[in-house]
Design a protein around this ligand. Structure first.
Ligand SMILES: C[S@@+](CC[C@H](N)C(=O)[O-])C[C@H]1O[C@@H](n2cnc3c(N)ncnc32)[C@H](O)[C@@H]1O
Length: 340
């Protein structure tokens, strides 16, 4: 599939700089895409183009409302309009519908929640940490946990093939531990690819609400178990051949990563493998990375770590060798494969 860049509606079209384009337009852009996802607009168009009355009926909306939203989505490059009917662009069909390769609609639904939270960003900046971490919010607002897991599931669908391709599982590897394994998709994928594997997923209770049902639906209930718990309590057992620590390190304080990685080394058999996935900090930080760090400051009061920081924790824990794999595109992050 060819990649067609969308118009940058936040840039001035003339030569005069207009600060409000940068302040107001990103909000409207995000709000429009999120509203369309919540109304099921992209999904309604996934089987083909619809005119305004049909789209209004499908999304239980007014015709004036749907037309106004759809016209802006055309300007954003998310919809086409032809002969009075609206249609998904190729990119929208691919990324925001069930008919596409990976459906990031859960990301849009999560963004609806994040919107309200992010209004307090200035307070987190003042304090240098969140008033409440994401995990604390989840325990108070139970709908947030499953929503976040579904969002992570979408990322995991995208990452999964790279992860399996780059992880050298051996015939003698039998026991996999997925720390912060959430939706369970990675453990399921590894078990499907490697029939000798049994897996344990450890995560906070808020992340595991749908996971046992997904594992059962995949026919893997006899090979994958879930355990609700805090990885920082370090009580996940011994004799594993493979440990996954995927996008979990950036949610921890440095000292906690040091402790967790030391315990992972103790829980691996000799020759076992630790696989870390993360968005590794470089110097200078690129825009994506700097934005992600601000999100982490707000959500968990943590930050991203560099390859050198991970290497330090791994060497201290006794890992013999560490290999880095940068994924393509770069926004997919990197893997660190450490051999015990
Ligand atoms: C960014 S998500 C990544 C989920 C999954 N590993 C993946 O790659 O798709 C981070 C996960 O780590 C879990 N997590 C964060 N801190 C944790 C802790 N202290 N104990 C257990 N799980 C934790 C969260 O609940 C969440 O499911």
């Amino acid at each position: 599939m060819t990649f067609t860049p969308k118009p940058d509606v936040c840039q001035p079209t003339g030569s005069a700089e207009l600060p409000m384009l940068d302040i107001y337009m990103p909000m409207m852009k995000s709000a429009a895409i999120v509203a369309a996802a919540r109304l099921g607009l992209f999904e309604a168009l996934s089987a083909g183009a619809l005119d305004t009355p049909a789209l209004a009926r499908r999304s239980q909306s007014s015709e004036a409302g749907v037309r106004t939203l759809a016209d802006f989505l055309v300007a954003l490059g998310y919809l086409h309009q032809d002969a009075g009917a609206y249609a998904n662009t190729e990119s929208t069909q691919r990324w925001l519908t069930r008919a596409g390769a990976i459906d990031y609609t859960p990301g849009a639904l999560w963004t609806h929640e994040a919107w309200a939270m992010m209004g307090d960003l200035d307070r987190a900046v003042q304090a240098g940490r969140p008033a409440q971490t994401l995990w604390e919010r989840m325990s108070q607002q139970p709908h947030l946990g499953p929503l976040f897991s579904r969002y992570m599931h979408a990322f995991a669908q995208d990452l999964g093939p790279d992860l399996v391709a780059h992880t050298p599982v051996e015939p003698g590897h039998h026991r996999l531990l997925d720390l912060g394994g959430s939706h369970g998709l990675h453990a399921m994928r590894f078990c499907r690819h490697h029939p000798q594997l049994q897996a344990v997923i450890v995560d906070l209770p808020s992340a595991l609400t749908d996971t046992p049902a997904s594992i059962a639906a995949a026919g893997l209930a006899d090979r994958i178990t879930t355990r609700a718990g805090n990885v920082l309590d370090l009580g996940w057992g011994q004799d594993f051949d493979l440990v996954l620590y995927l996008s979990v390190g950036h949610n921890q304080q440095p000292e906690d990563n040091r402790r967790v990685i030391a315990e992972i080394a103790r829980s691996l058999r000799p020759g076992g493998l630790l696989v870390v996935h993360d968005y590794l900090a470089g110097t200078p930080l690129n825009a994506f990375h700097a934005a992600f760090r601000l999100t982490l400051l707000f959500e968990t009061g943590t930050r991203t770590y560099s390859e050198q920081e991970y290497q330090g924790w791994m060497q201290e824990a006794g890992f013999a060798s560490v290999r880095r794999v940068d994924l393509n595109p770069l926004e997919k992050g990197s893997l660190l494969l450490a051999r015990r």
